[in-house]
Write a protein that binds this ligand. Structure first.
Ligand SMILES: C[S@@+](CC[C@H](N)C(=O)[O-])C[C@H]1O[C@@H](n2cnc3c(N)ncnc32)[C@H](O)[C@@H]1O
Length: 208
């Protein structure tokens, strides 16, 4: 995918700014986690990961395949004085540059629509997830009120703009979940958006 990284970052840090702290708190509530190691996949300029780090005890890795986005994320980390607590990694999600079982919380917002080879990405998430770790991936604005404000503002910038999460394909996602042999996934559709959550069991049942 090709995104104008500067323009995207400007819009994320202005028009979309109210979304990220609200989503961060919803994720803490859903998972019951407020510390550990978090990975924000397809992080763009890192607004969600940064909101998570600023409102919790998490150390956060931001992962994006776009070198331009990684540079912008590094700038945002420095601007918010979060160097050390938040680390930008440049790379594709189908080969996450992190150790097995090293991540307590995987989040991803607004990126799932672009995932090619979704089953492989999900296998990678499972690989890096620690036992008991949680995953919250999907898209949305946190609340209907925030979404409606954003639509009004975005229509001024681009009259054809539409919120994208309405395009989430449940069947495609559930097929990929099954192919990756992940159980217990739940698709949540509420005013926060469309989110898929699952948790790695504390103990894996041995096969056979
Ligand atoms: C629409 S942006 C969302 C950015 C951010 N999560 C947010 O909500 O502000 C999607 C991002 O996903 C990244 N992305 C898409 N596919 C990817 C992949 N396979 N591996 C790594 N990053 C990917 C893109 O480079 C882009 O920065």
């Amino acid at each position: 995918m090709k995104i104008d990284a500067e323009k995207f970052n400007y819009i994320a840090r202005t028009v979309f700014a109210p979304v990220y702290p609200v989503l961060a708190h919803q994720i803490f509530e859903r998972t019951g986690l407020t510390e550990g190691v978090c990975l924000d996949m397809g992080s763009g300029g890192g607004c969600l990961g940064l909101a998570i780090a600023r409102n919790s005890g998490f150390k956060v890795y931001l992962l994006d395949e776009s070198a331009d986005m990684c540079e912008i994320a590094t700038g945002n980390i420095e601007h918010l004085l979060m160097k050390g607590r938040v680390v930008a990694l440049c790379g594709p999600m189908h080969a996450i540059p992190l150790e097995n079982s090293s991540i307590d919380l995987v989040v991803s917002r607004g990126s799932i629509y672009y995932w090619e080879n979704m089953a492989q990405v999900l296998r990678e998430i499972w690989r890096v997830l620690a036992p008991g770790g949680h995953v919250c991936i999907g898209g949305g604005f946190g609340s209907e009120e925030i979404m409606n404000e954003i639509i009004l503002k975005m229509k001024v910038i681009d009259p054809d703009w539409q919120p994208m999460y309405h395009g989430f394909d449940d069947a495609l996602f559930l097929d990929a979940i099954a192919a990756a042999k992940i159980s217990g996934a739940e698709i949540i559709k509420d005013e926060s958006g469309t989110w898929v959550t699952f948790q790695k069991p504390l103990q894996q049942l041995s096969e056979g």
